[in-house]
Design a protein around this ligand. Structure first.
Ligand SMILES: Cc1cc2nc3c(=O)[nH]c(=O)nc-3n(C[C@H](O)[C@H](O)[C@H](O)COP(=O)(O)OP(=O)(O)OC[C@H]3O[C@@H](n4cnc5c(N)ncnc54)[C@H](O)[C@@H]3O)c2cc1C
Length: 478
């Protein structure tokens, strides 16, 4: 076998197993060196403490795995436009190989890198990996990209059910033990220093409370727990209750690619095959639908990159937001005096993660009760979420604000009704707001916590009914 040297560039695919571009690299050669660049222009990967923690620990594990394979993961920091071609030259690579990205910045960066590589006569290969289906393979009947989830899901499901079910997720083979020059050796030593420094600066106190776990091994374990302990079978009935741990906690693993989306989807098909109980099968499909929401938002951002900057429905540009900064700060810190909102925001601030039902409730509250521009909430989430992802976060916020790809015109959540439905015994609220631990559930549910019971907990910042009317009046103006 002709063994050309290959530089494999990791981005949001921090794993060895079932990695499309890595498999491709292996099919060409087993003289592969991997690299990860802490991209100075793309802070989304590590500008939240929780994500820096997730990234740093995932890289640590990945680095060990490459060592065990007999090769190395070179970690560098700076501008990939310069560093990737430079490293490719240093190791005398014939190819640079990576998985494609969907965010506008990443796409433009990759275009420029391709140019730089061409100038240096280095070949590149890029493949899709982060998605269940390539954007070029799914269109509406009119040959347009989808902007409505329902029909997207139907089409997606019909396409991938038979494409991936028999896929093989085996490990890749052994790597060639390479003789390396002094300069390359130096790069390997610097990698260690960079990773150590990165770790040192991570200051994420919430790692024990965070339900997402970094690394490929932990992601496999989370999937296993979800599928094999049959959490997936009761997902339909437990997923909306934030005190029940009824979801998979795989969001950060999928965000950083420590697990492959194909493997996750395949696990649902396997689960479906062995489950004879009708209720369980409905649950499995419900979970597939959530995975499909992730897919949908990724495709949306890829096809409509303008979503990053503003609303999908342009009339929202005209909405007279009030953007009261004191209110925003109280929302942000979990001090609105509305228990479900504060519990959720405190979960976010303490653990880097928030339950999906609560994400919807706090987002609706910020936009439709506090009348703050949804982009303020989007930014806050990106500063804290361990799974903070441009496509999913933007999609979630635009859905909640009614400015996005959701045919329903105005969706407003009443935080008290939501609490009665989804935290009826106030277990979640009392866990995150210890001041309320002795207050009766009835008083919390009705929003009637007496001054005597308050125990330093503040009164409600706003009246939901009044704010909702005001919001509707303002909406009528646009
Ligand atoms: C305002 C708002 C902001 C959000 N921001 C993000 C974000 O930055 N990153 C992120 O990954 N998810 C985001 N979500 C979606 C969802 O809340 C999380 O994916 C989910 O809570 C993660 O928990 P889990 O892994 O246990 O999910 P599960 O319920 O086990 O779902 C499995 C997987 O499906 C995907 N998924 C589930 N629900 C959604 C959804 N509504 N939209 C997109 N993907 C979904 C996730 O990858 C998730 O890991 C947001 C939702 C809202 C309403």
């Amino acid at each position: 076998m002709n063994n050309p040297r290959i530089l494999f560039w990791y981005r949001k695919d921090l794993r060895i197993n079932d990695n499309n571009a890595l498999k491709k690299a292996f099919s060409l050669s087993n003289a592969i060196t991997a690299t990860y660049i802490l991209d100075q222009n793309y802070s989304y990967d590590f500008n939240a403490k929780s994500r820096a923690w997730f990234l740093g620990n995932s890289l640590e594990e990945l680095s060990k795995n490459w060592k065990n394979l007999g090769s190395r993961l070179i970690i560098d920091e700076g501008d990939p436009l310069i560093l990737i071609p430079k490293l490719a030259k240093l190791i005398d690579a014939k190819f640079v190989v990576w998985n494609k990205a969907i965010e506008p910045y990443e796409i433009n960066r990759d275009l420029e890198i391709k140019d730089n590589l061409k100038k240096s006569n280095i070949e590149f290969i890029e493949l899709w990996d982060h998605l269940l289906i390539e954007p070029s393979q799914i269109f509406t009947g009119d040959n347009k990209p989808y902007s409505v989830y329902g029909p997207f899901y139907k089409n997606l499901k019909s396409k991938i059910n038979f494409v991936n079910v028999k896929k093989n997720f085996n490990n890749i083979g052994d790597l060639k033990d390479l003789e390396i020059g002094i300069k390359e050796k130096k790069k390997i030593d610097t990698s260690r220093l960079i990773l150590d420094r990165f770790h040192k600066n991570i200051n994420f106190a919430g790692f024990e409370l965070c339900p997402c776990k970094p690394g490929e091994l932990a992601a496999e374990k989370l999937l296993d727990q979800f599928i094999c302990q049959d959490k997936i079978g009761s997902y339909e009935s437990s997923r909306d209750f934030p005190s029940q741990n009824g979801t998979s906690f795989l969001s950060a693993s999928l965000r950083f690619g420590t697990i492959s989306i194909r493997k996750v989807w395949d696990a649902t098909l396997f689960s479906d095959l062995i489950n004879i109980n009708k209720h369980n099968r409905i649950s499995i499909e419900t979970w597939q639908k959530e995975l499909a929401w992730r897919e949908f938002y990724q495709h949306c951002l890829f096809n409509f990159p303008e979503l990053e900057k503003g609303p999908y429905r342009k009339k929202w540009d005209l909405f007279p937001w009030q953007n009261n900064h004191e209110w925003f700060t109280r929302w942000s810190n979990g001090q609105t005096g509305i228990p479900i909102i504060d519990a959720a925001m405190r979960q976010l601030n303490s653990s880097g993660w928030m339950h999906n039902r609560c994400r919807m409730i706090v987002a609706s509250f910020l936009v439709k009760d506090l009348i703050c521009n949804w982009q303020m909430g989007e930014e806050k989430f990106m500063k804290v979420l361990v799974d903070g992802d441009l496509a999913a976060n933007n999609g979630g916020w635009q859905w909640s604000a009614s400015s996005g790809m959701d045919p329903k015109p105005l969706r407003i959540f009443n935080p008290y009704t939501q609490t009665k439905k989804f935290d009826p015994i106030c277990k979640y609220i009392k866990f995150w707001i210890p001041e309320l631990s002795k207050v009766s559930n009835a008083d919390i549910l009705n929003g009637e916590i007496s001054d005597l019971e308050k125990n330093n907990y503040s009164g409600a910042l706003v009246n939901h009914n009044i704010q909702q009317r005001l919001f509707k009046d303002l909406y009528a103006q646009i």
